[in-house]
Unconditional design. Sequence first.
Length: 126
Amino acid sequence: MNKSYISTADAPSAIGTYSQAVKVGQTTYLSGQIPLIPETMELVAGNIEAEIRQAFRNLAAVAEAAGGNLDSLVKINVYLTDLTNFSVVNRVMEELFEAPYPARAAIGVSELPKGARVEVDGVLVS
């Protein structure tokens, strides 16, 4: 299997034993992104919308480093510590993505790294 590893300083560095993304053939698997500011590795300040936007900004940076963009994503997983915030995810995604939208799952979780309230990961095909 021919794998390549994607890394960019435009997204937060890994805070564990993982790569920002791994490409196998035409498919790139993007690791989960929480709303950390890459330069400081601190959570973005503000409400849940600010966190969602930063998480997608980070995911976009990794997608771009892999040679794609958000519209290259075919599958997204969204993890929320409060599923009542799902309407905010929908509103932000309507701004960031063009229809037809990627496949998506929304998962309610009790906790995320660094106290984040949202995490997004995805699969990109180039």
